[in-house]
Write a protein that binds this ligand. Structure first.
Ligand code: FAD
Length: 479
C-alpha cells in the first residue's frame, strides 16, 4: 500500500487545529496495533509490520467530518481507534493509512435523571463514564473486563458485552441514540428513543460494524440505578455439563441476577484456586442485594439448578468481584514486554456462543480442538441468555520460540473455529471480527450473507476508506 504523501498530510494539517495531527514515530508505532495476541507476539519479536502515516485526534464531530472528507478526496484508509483494547486486530493500521483517534472526545454531554440516560462523546472510557454517573446514583451497567482500557465507540463497533450482561444486557441493549460520521463526511444523527419501528434500526447497523460503516462520535446510553450492594451465591458441580444444564434452567426461570457465570474445572482452579477451592466446576450469581424480591429470586435460582449443585456460600462471588479484572494485568505480563511465561508461549481467548441445545457440543468440540495443539485450555460460561450462552475459552500454546509459536497459534485458532462452526456456534460473541476473524466470515454467514455484508460496505463507503479489510471487504487491509 502506498504511503500517504507529504503534500496530502500537509493538506490535512491545514484543515484542522494545531496539535490535532501527529506523525511522531513513537505515537505512530503505538497507534499501529491493538491488543490482538498475534500483534503483541510480533511486538515482542520486534517485527510488527510498519506503522500508519499519521494519527489525527479530533475534538469534535465537525473535525471528524473534516478528516473523513479529506480521506475520501485522497482515497486514504482511515482506522478509527478508541482505547485500542480490541483483541482481534480490528484497530490495526498499516502504512498508507491514518488512525482516527477518538480519545480526545471524552466528555459527558448530558445526564438525564428523569429518563435515566446519559449522552457522551464516543471516546470516553468506561471507568470515566461510570465515575461521572456515580454522583447521580446511576450506572450504564456495561462492565467489560477492559473497562479501564476501552471506550463507548469501541464497545459499539466491536459489539461488546460486559460482565453483568445477565442483568443489564450487552451494548446494543443500552444504546438508544447516536451521532456518527459517514465515510464521505456526512453527519448522521439518530435521536435517542427507547425503540423505533421507522425501518431497520440504523443504530444497530453500527453495532459490530468494526469502524467500517461510519465513525461514532456520540452515543446516548440507557442507565439504571446503580446497585448499592451485591449479594452473591455460588455452587459446585460434579461436571461442567451438569453446571451448564443448571445454568440453562436458571436463565429460563428468569431470576434477574446481574451476574451469572459458570467455570469448568480448569477455569475454576484459575479463578478460585487462591481462595482454597478444592476443585470441580463452579457457578456464581450476583444479585442487586436491595432489589425487590431478591430473597425469593435467589432461592428460585438455587432451586432451578437442581440436585446436581451444592452450595458454596457467598465468598466465591465476593472473591470474583474483587478480582474480576486481575487477568488484564496477567495477560499484559504474559504477552507484554515481561513475557512472564517465557519466549515461545502465547495465550489467547476465543469467545463463542450457541443455543442451549448446542452448548454441550460447542464446549466439547472447541475444547477438544484446542487441546490438539494447546498445552492448557480453560473455559467459562461468560454471558447467559434464556435461549443460549457464550463460552469463553482461554488457551496457552507453546512453540520452540516466539517465531515458531505463530504457526501453532494460527493452527489452534483455525481448528477451534471449524469446531465451533460445526457445532452450530458463532465465532464471536463480544470481541468483534478484526483481522483475526475476518477470514471466517464466509463460513459463518454463508456466501449470501457475506456478499450482502460486502455490498452494504460498498454502499456506505464506496471509496473503501473506512477500516478496510476488517469486515471481509475486497480492499485489502493490513496483514
Ligand atoms: C484484558 C482484556 C479484557 C477484555 N474484556 C472484554 C470484555 O469483558 N467484554 C468485551 O466486550 N470486550 C472485552 N475486551 C475487548 C475490548 O476491550 C473490546 O473489544 C472493546 O469493545 C474495544 O473498545 P476500544 O475502545 O478499545 O476499541 P478499539 O480497540 O480501539 O477498536 C475496536 C474496533 O472499534 C472500532 N472503533 C473504535 N472506536 C470507534 C468509533 N468511535 N467509531 C467507529 N468505530 C470505532 C475500531 O476501528 C476497531 O474496529 C477485552 C480486552 C482486553 C485486552
Amino acid at each position: 500500500m502506498r504511503a500517504v504523501s507529504a503534500a496530502s498530510i500537509a493538506s490535512l494539517l491545514n484543515r484542522l487545529p494545531a496539535d490535532t495531527v501527529t506523525i511522531e514515530p513513537d505515537a505512530l508505532s503505538e497507534g499501529a496495533h491493538d491488543r490482538w495476541t498475534l500483534d503483541l507476539l510480533r511486538l515482542a519479536r520486534g517485527d510488527l509490520p510498519d506503522a500508519p502515516d499519521a494519527i489525527a485526534s479530533p475534538s469534535s464531530t465537525d473535525e471528524v467530518a473534516t478528516v473523513l472528507r479529506w480521506a475520501s478526496e485522497a482515497g486514504t484508509p482511515v482506522v478509527p481507534r478508541g482505547g485500542g483494547s480490541g483483541v482481534c486486530g480490528a484497530a490495526r493500521a498499516g502504512p498508507g493509512s491514518i488512525v482516527l483517534n477518538l480519545s480526545r472526545m471524552n466528555r459527558v454531554l448530558d445526564v438525564d435523571e428523569v429518563s435515566r440516560v446519559v449522552r457522551v462523546e464516543a471516546g470516553i472510557r468506561g471507568d470515566a463514564l461510570e465515575a461521572a454517573l456515580g454522583p447521580h446514583g446511576l450506572t450504564v451497567g456495561h462492565y467489560p473486563q477492559s473497562i479501564e482500557l476501552s471506550t463507548v465507540g469501541g464497545w459499539i463497533a466491536a459489539a461488546s458485552a460486559g460482565q453483568a450482561s445477565a442483568g443489564f444486557g450487552a451494548i446494543e441493549d443500552r444504546l438508544l441514540g447516536l451521532t456518527a460520521v459517514t465515510a464521505g463526511g456526512e453527519v448522521l444523527r439518530l435521536r435517542a428513543v427507547p425503540r423505533s419501528a421507522m425501518g431497520p434500526d440504523l443504530r444497530r447497523l453500527l453495532v459490530g460494524s468494526e469502524g467500517a460503516f461510519a465513525v461514532v462520535t456520540e452515543a446516548t446510553l440507557a442507565c439504571a440505578m446503580a446497585p448499592r450492594e451485591l449479594a452473591w451465591d455460588a455452587f459446585g458441580f460434579g461436571s461442567f455439563d451438569v453446571c451448564l444444564d443448571g445454568l440453562r434452567r436458571v436463565m429460563q426461570a428468569e431470576p434477574h441476577a446481574l451476574v451469572v457465570r459458570g467455570y469448568d474445572q480448569a477455569d475454576a482452579t484459575l479463578a478460585f484456586g487462591r481462595m482454597g477451592h478444592p476443585g470441580g466446576p463452579v457457578a456464581i450469581f450476583g444479585f442487586d442485594a436491595t432489589s425487590a424480591g431478591v430473597t425469593e429470586r435467589r432461592a428460585a435460582a438455587a432451586d432451578a439448578l437442581g440436585e446436581g449443585a451444592h452450595a458454596l456460600g457467598s465468598a466465591y462471588g465476593e472473591h470474583w468481584w474483587a478480582h474480576r479484572n486481575d487477568t488484564v494485568r496477567t495477560y499484559h505480563r504474559v504477552m507484554g514486554e515481561e513475557r512472564m511465561l517465557g519466549s515461545g508461549v502465547v495465550v489467547d481467548t476465543i469467545e463463542v456462543a450457541a443455543l442451549w441445545r448446542d452448548v454441550p457440543a460447542l464446549y466439547a468440540n472447541v475444547r477438544t480442538a484446542l487441546l490438539a495443539g494447546a498445552e492448557a485450555v480453560g473455559c467459562h460460561l461468560s454471558h447467559p441468555y434464556p435461549s443460549g450462552a457464550s463460552l469463553y475459552f482461554t488457551f496457552l500454546v507453546r512453540g520452540a520460540d516466539d517465531r515458531a509459536v505463530e504457526d501453532v497459534y494460527r493452527t489452534a485458532w483455525a481448528t477451534a473455529a471449524r469446531a465451533c462452526l460445526a457445532a452450530g456456534g458463532t465465532l464471536s460473541h463480544h470481541h468483534g471480527v478484526g483481522l483475526l476473524k475476518a477470514p471466517f466470515l464466509d463460513a459463518e454467514l454463508g456466501a449470501t450473507g457475506a456478499s450482502l455484508l460486502r455490498r452494504m460496505k460498498a454502499a456506505v463507503d464506496p471509496a473503501g476508506i473506512l477500516n478496510p479489510g476488517k469486515l471481509g471487504d475486497e480492499r485489502r487491509g493490513p496483514r
